[in-house]
Design a binder for this molecule. Structure first.
Ligand SMILES: [Zn+2]
Length: 152
């Protein structure tokens, strides 16, 4: 799944999405890890919702940038998303979304384009379905189920 590095955003819209991810990273509340992350989520109606990571003294309650952006968007009535850009301060390589964020984003569709963006504005592009194979989605809840198994 090694992807080529995209040296510059391929469109003005994508460039704006990356800028919003970089900008919101500066608002990260990370007194414990000092690991800043910014995410910008593009809706199918062309709106951008951005989010930073927010840590907590009880460590386990930290919220990731991706989920902050998603929560903001959904609470404004958005359910359809095209792209997300995710950036951090890591100088070499790219920062991917954690498993929890992959699953939370998958609720709204596996065709989401996920752009991992480094501080130099280089990026790598993935489909969410590549990052979360054999995903559990709302469709799984629609599948017929049995009330018998081999022990019965
Ligand atoms: Zn996460």
């Amino acid at each position: 799944m090694e992807k080529e590095i995209i040296p510059v955003p391929s469109s003005a819209d994508l460039a704006e999405l990356f800028v919003q991810a970089h900008l919101v990273k500066h608002k990260a509340y990370v007194p414990y890890s000092n690991f800043r992350v910014g995410a910008a989520l593009l809706t199918s109606t062309g709106k951008i919702y951005s989010g930073c990571n927010i840590e907590n003294a009880s460590y386990g309650l930290a919220t990731c940038a991706e989920r902050t952006a998603l929560v903001k968007a959904v609470s404004e009535g958005e359910h359809s998303f095209e792209k997300i850009a995710i950036t951090s301060d890591v100088e070499t390589g790219f920062t991917g979304p954690c498993g929890s964020c992959r699953q939370t984003l998958a609720e709204f569709g596996l065709d989401l384009d996920v752009y991992l963006v480094n501080p130099k504005n280089e990026s790598k592009q993935y489909k969410l379905r590549e990052l979360l194979p054999i995903a559990f989605t709302p469709r799984d809840l629609q599948k017929p189920r049995t009330d018998h198994d081999i022990t019965e």
